[in-house]
Design a protein around this ligand. Structure first.
Ligand code: NAD
Length: 501
């Protein structure tokens, strides 16, 4: 049984500003509800513009000193924090389970991945060219034309941006915060984080652990709140970059606000990821992989498999195996180790899932597994397989963000790819095929990530930019550091002019 251990993990959560835990100034109250029991779990007062101001000021005050540390020292700080998080992974996973439903085992494995990712992303700072001397045509003036003094060189110096903001969704509370922070902090920026109003508790704990491991006060600041708090943060003049992960609609608002004041944003938004399955693959093993990709985290992953196009030659066997696999996703409270499929985050999210399935059935789809809300407390929905879907149904056009696998049968791999490419989203896609020509064709899909015969692999070297409505701003590898810094060109002559010459 989880016991609240510290002053801040109380029923009332607090902001962390300039190293001090404080009560938000806002006057209404948000209650975080455990989606498995529908019982209140925590509450907080959403941060006001005044709280945001204070947090940005706290981050601004800490930034020069943080940037003055050596890169190696900043990376050491991040490693110390990462090690502490790893030691508390079980506790953090339990908090995530209570605030948004993720089964504890699932949470723990993702947190382990995020800790490794934080360390790897921080380590990239050790080889990132914060100062780089460029040579080659145009780097130094042509002395034969007298365009400049001989021996001139050009340095590109990448400065931290200053104060940055990270706004996260509820589906991976710990992972999303850690995924954004490595390059921002290692590059010398300070950060104000606003977690989702639906899952702030594990983030509060993350920040307690940061303070306990000696991260200097003000480097990481926390403002709890909802869309209003997020809007105040994105509109703040002193915030030089907003790293936003969330829905397309909110992402558009963030991009508009940062664009208006000529600041940067990195927007990682929603998806409706397709899977295209070729005739030659093993239908049973592929169905098991697709069940995992469609149902894990109760389908609440931006890159969940949400549209499945399977070749007609193996479609029957594939669907049969997918239905069997759906039956192994035991529904229940994520605190129970037997649970594979926790609840959806809240009633609103479950209603979206129910509405999409009902729309498909109304338009002629067949429910082969799941498809009905169970009679029990909690926001549960079973692993659901639909067949006979077409590309006009909501399950094929809008992000469902639930445990629903809609299957369309195609007469060729090319037809599957063509239909996969019709979405307004462009986050990621997965294909199962052994045909090199088909793999080459899949690589041309209008998406940021293509997985071939596997799903979700990738490390800090993965460089990508979401396509279409799924976002903008390249991330991963060196691009994350490029986004976290501002390059300045410094042209240096061999010598200063000497008097009398
Ligand atoms: P959401 O857009 O409702 O909220 C995300 C965050 O933005 C929250 O902290 C929220 O308070 C804040 N917010 C909302 N409106 C805002 C505004 N106008 N200005 C500033 N901040 C605002 O999204 P959600 O429902 O929490 O998360 C689910 C969505 O996130 C899905 O669409 C999912 O695909 C997407 N997502 C994308 C990725 C990715 O890497 N591309 C990863 C995870 C989730």
């Amino acid at each position: 049984m989880y016991r609240r251990e510290t002053a801040t993990i109380m029923e009332t959560l607090q902001n962390l500003i300039g190293g001090r835990w404080e009560e938000p100034a806002g006057d209404d109250v948000v209650t975080v509800v455990n989606p498995a029991t529908e019982e209140p779990f925590a509450r907080f007062r959403p941060g006001s513009a005044e709280d945001v101001d204070r947090a940005v000021a706290g981050a601004g005050a800490a930034q020069p000193e943080w940037a003055a540390l050596t890169v190696a020292r900043r990376v050491e700080h991040l490693h110390a924090w990462a090690d502490t998080i790893a030691a508390h992974a079980a506790e953090l996973a339990e908090l995530e389970c209570r605030e948004m439903g993720k089964p504890v085992g699932v949470g723990q494995s993702f947190i382990a991945g995020a800790v490794a990712g934080l360390k790897a992303a921080a380590d990239q700072a050790l080889t990132y060219p914060f100062t780089e001397t460029v040579t080659g045509p145009g780097a130094a003036p042509d002395t034969s034309t007298g365009a400049g003094p001989a021996g001139e060189r050009t340095d590109i110096v990448r400065h931290p941006l200053g104060v940055t903001a990270v706004i996260t969704p509820w589906n991976f509370p710990v992972v999303m915060v850690l995924g954004a922070l490595g390059p921002l902090l290692a590059a010398g920026n300070t950060v104000v984080v606003k977690p989702s109003e639906r899952s702030p508790v594990s983030t509060v704990r993350l920040f307690e652990l940061a303070a306990a491991t000696g991260l200097p006060p003000g480097v990481l600041n926390l403002v709890l709140g909802d869309a209003r708090t997020g809007a105040a943060l994105t509109e703040h003049e002193e915030v030089r970059l907003v790293h936003f992960t969330g829905s397309v609609g909110a992402g558009r608002a963030v991009g508009t606000a940062t664009g208006r004041r000529l600041s940067r944003s990195v927007l990682e938004l929603g998806g409706k990821d397709p899977v295209v399955i070729d005739a030659g693959v093993d239908p049973v093993a592929t169905a098991q992989a697709v069940a995992f990709g469609a149902f894990i985290n109760t389908g609440q992953i931006c890159t969940s498999m949400e549209r499945i196009y399977v070749h007609e030659r193996i479609a029957d066997e594939f669907v049969e195996a997918l239905v069997a696999a759906a039956g192994t996703f035991a529904v229940g409270d994520g605190l129970d180790p037997a649970t594979v499929l926790g609840p959806l985050v809240d009633a609103r999210q479950r209603d979206t899932v129910r509405r999409h399935v009902e729309d498909a059935v109304h338009k002629g789809a067949t429910v082969r597994a799941g498809g009905a809300v169970p009679e029990r407390p909690g926001y549960f929905y079973p692993a659901t397989v639909l067949t006979g879907v077409d590309d006009t149904m909501l399950v094929m056009t809008e992000e469902t963000f639930g445990p629903v696998a809609p299957v369309a049968v195609v007469s060729s791999f090319e037809e599957g790819l063509a239909r996969a490419a019709t979405s307004r989203y462009g986050l990621a896609a997965t294909v199962y095929t052994d045909d090199p020509g088909h793999i080459a064709a899949a690589a041309r899909l209008p998406v940021g990530v293509v997985w071939v015969n596997q799903w979700q692999s990738g490390g800090p070297e993965r460089l990508y930019e979401p396509a279409r409505d799924s976002g903008m701003g390249a991330t991963g590898a060196r691009a994350a550091y490029d986004a976290a810094t501002r390059p300045a060109a410094v042209h240096i002559a061999a010598a200063a002019p000497v008097a009398g010459r």
